[in-house]
Design a protein around this ligand. Structure first.
Ligand code: ADP
Ligand code: MG
Length: 356
């Protein structure tokens, strides 16, 4: 549905250059909810603004629903008719809602339809239908100042849907909202994704958002996508940073010279007594340092941090056994498991070499 190839954006101000995007290849499938994660300054907003060409990429291409937007844009500063038409099929939701305070809720939702020169009666019909869809049928005549944050964002979503978009882009739509309102807005986005078959790309810095509604996710760092894939696939990728952040397990090793292993269970492996089999087969004592069960990407997943006696070299065979059972096993690097004082038990650095 959305494909970018070699997407690059360099901001120039005076003689300074900032490379906000550095060769991003993104692939978002039709009908999925795709989360973009990363720290502040990673390039997330630039990426999403390049997807509808609100920001002109310096190089690379953006294709949405089979249309090469970068080709439509040409070299002109202002968007031409063809680009504007293509863009009307891409809705955008903003962190700070961006509603016009002098217009009623209904008139805010009608705004994009006015720009598309839809006639007055059809505009009103469409706006009321959308307000009903987002649960605000009774607020049509209210003004933004009379609404709560969550209601304002619902108006923002209704407005983004006015042009019957196939794609919805959302830049931290819930980060100005309290946790409960966040949940209800996320549920709304998930419902719209299902009901309308809407493809959604959302930027967030909250892992919970990804767990709750995303099918796929990408992690950005320094203008690049460093990890991407389906949430289930990421969880099954040894050493995945996203998987570890999505599903942290705490627990400190009980002493030196032991091997700490993070085991992820999903699918049928979750229901077999693998740990007791391991203990019996190799006659090893296993300590459980931490464990959690959660639903990620709509599937039940378990993760456990266990400790085996002896260094990694002595545990190659038992670790191999776990992998043969179809479990994902990440071996923590003993040197990195020490928690700095005051820190809240960060996950140890994982040995990617050992984890393969
Ligand atoms: N209009 C701009 N002019 C110059 N630099 C910018 C502009 N917008 C963003 N940047 C820079 O590009 C980088 C990526 O920014 P941004 O895409 O906003 O990241 P994020 O949304 O992940 O926080 C940052 O270094 C930021 O300072
Ligand atoms: Mg941003």
């Amino acid at each position: 549905m959305i494909t970018t190839t070699g997407l690059t954006k360099v901001y120039r101000s005076g003689d300074r250059e900032v490379t906000a995007l550095d060769g991003v290849d993104l692939h978002v499938r039709e009908g999925e909810v795709y989360g973009v994660l990363g720290q502040s300054g990673a390039g997330k907003s630039t990426l999403i603004r390049c997807l509808n060409l609100l920001e002109r990429p310096t190089s690379g291409t953006v294709t949405v629903a089979g249309t090469d937007l970068t080709a439509l844009a040409g070299r002109k500063e202002r968007a031409g008719a063809a680009l504007r038409a293509a863009r009307s099929h891409i809705g955008m939701v903003f962190q700070h809602f961006n509603l016009l305070s002098s217009r009623t809720v209904q008139d805010n939702v009608e705004l994009p339809l006015e720009i598309l020169k839809v006639d007055r009666r059809e505009r009103a019909r469409k706006a009321l239908e959308l307000l009903d869809l987002v649960g605000l049928a009774d607020k049509a005549k209210a003004y933004p100042a009379q609404l709560s944050g969550g209601q304002k964002q619902r108006v923002g979503i209704a407005r983004a849907l006015a042009g019957d978009p196939k794609v919805l882009l959302s830049d931290e739509a819930t980060s100005a909202l309290d946790p409960e309102t966040t949940r209800s807005i996320l549920q709304l986005l998930r419902d719209l994704n299902r009901q309308l078959g809407l493809t959604i790309v959302l930027i967030t810095h909250e892992m919970d958002v990804v767990k709750t509604i995303c099918d796929s996710a990408a992690l950005m760092k320094g203008g690049r996508v460093v990890e991407s894939g389906t949430v289930a696939g990421l969880l099954a990728t040894p050493g995945s940073e996203l998987a570890r952040e999505l599903f942290p397990v705490g627990g400190e090793p009980s002493g030196d010279g032991r091997t700490v292993v993070d085991v992820t269970f999903h699918g049928s492996a979750a229901t077999r007594p693998v740990i007791s089999e391991l203990s019996r087969t190799y006659n090893v004592d296993i300590s459980i340092l931490g464990a959690a069960m959660d639903t990620v990407g709509g599937k039940q997943v378990g993760r456990m941090r266990i400790e085996l006696p002896g260094p990694f070299e002595e545990n190659v065979v038992p670790i191999g056994f776990l992998r043969e059972q179809g479990l994902q096993v990440d071996v923590a690097d003993a040197a990195d498991t020490d928690t700095p004082t005051g820190a809240t038990a960060p996950a140890p650095t994982l040995r990617k070499d050992a984890a393969k």
